[in-house]
Design a protein around this ligand. Structure first.
Ligand SMILES: Nc1ncnc2c1ncn2[C@@H]1O[C@H](COP(=O)(O)OP(=O)(O)OP(=O)(O)O)[C@@H](O)[C@H]1O
Length: 273
């Protein structure tokens, strides 16, 4: 393994995986994954329960490690070796879970600012600069939630909390060059129809601002037109990699979920049922 940045003459890569196999317990649950995602690209990852989506995300966040073998690498922003804390400050992760308990009694602006430290809240040892506070507030404005800055996270709806967590992730995202990336793990879970609509608007707005999005989802309607690429995972493998119009079809989705499905396209969104 090397520590040097990998030079490419194309767009810099956010994610670059080669020959990645991951075990959980005695079982191999990711098989020989090869994947390149440029930093500004918007990519959705779809697949049935247990196909390995979370394992893939946890491999990126260094919670899980691949089996060491010739040709294997996991490069994030062109680097293989990371201090894990620094890496998590760059990944812009929006977790699938509810916000941590420590964040609930805290005003939203503080939770967002704590993103600079990958912390749930601003613990006494954490000293944000004025620029950090300004940037955190600007992130909330960008997501249309500046009016919630003083409200405690625990006093918000799930949809509002999700947008706060996205603003927080924006504070801890990017390769240092100004390019932002977010890794969103099933962000529409537990959101009602209106909150799902707002989430889609948020994704469009972020993509419009040039933020790269890697979205793990179970819902085809989360894959807004900004997404130019879809990965389909099945049994620990990437079984298809293509455009939404090629892959969000009744045939491909029926294959993926082993279930007869239909797809309706409305307002540039794909609804599977
Ligand atoms: N902690 C664990 N120990 C052992 N096996 C696990 C563990 N977590 C997950 N697995 C197994 O690893 C495989 C991949 O699981 P993973 O959670 O990555 O799938 P997923 O696609 O994220 O599923 P979901 O859509 O339900 O979140 C599954 O076979 C699962 O049973």
């Amino acid at each position: 393994m090397t520590d040097r940045a990998v030079e490419t003459d194309t767009a810099p890569l956010f994610i670059d995986l080669s020959a990645v196999s991951v075990m959980r317990g005695d079982a191999v649950v990711l098989h020989d994954i090869a994947l390149e995602i440029p930093a500004g690209q918007c990519v959705a990852i779809l697949g049935p329960n247990g196909c390995g989506k979370s394992t893939l995300v946890q491999t990126l966040t260094r919670e899980l490690y691949p089996v060491v073998r010739p040709g294997m690498h996991v490069r994030i922003f062109g680097r293989e070796r990371w201090d894990v804390t620094e890496l998590r400050r760059r990944l812009g992760i929006v977790p699938s879970t509810a916000p941590p308990r420590d964040a609930l009694g805290v005003p939203a602006l503080e939770v967002v600012t704590a993103g600079f430290f990958s912390a749930a809240r601003l613990w006494p040892n954490l000293r944000p600069t004025a620029e950090m506070r300004e940037e955190a507030y600007a992130g909330m404005e960008r997501l249309g939630i500046a009016s919630l800055a003083d409200r405690e996270l625990g006093a918000m709806s799930a949809g509002q909390q999700k947008r706060v967590m996205i603003a927080r992730a924006l504070c801890s995202s990017g390769d240092g060059s100004g390019q932002r990336v977010l890794l969103l793990d099933e962000p529409s879970n537990a959101l009602d129809l209106r909150a799902q609509h707002e989430l889609r608007e948020t994704l469009m707005r972020l993509a419009g601002d040039g933020v790269g999005l890697v979205l793990v989802t179970h819902h085809t309607q989360d894959i807004v037109p900004a997404f130019e690429r879809v990965l389909m995972m099945q049994s620990g493998r990437i079984m298809a990699d293509g455009t939404p119009s090629d892959l969000l079809t009744a045939e491909a989705l029926s294959d993926l979920y082993d279930l007869q499905l239909q797809v309706q396209q409305r307002d540039d969104l794909y609804f599977a049922f």
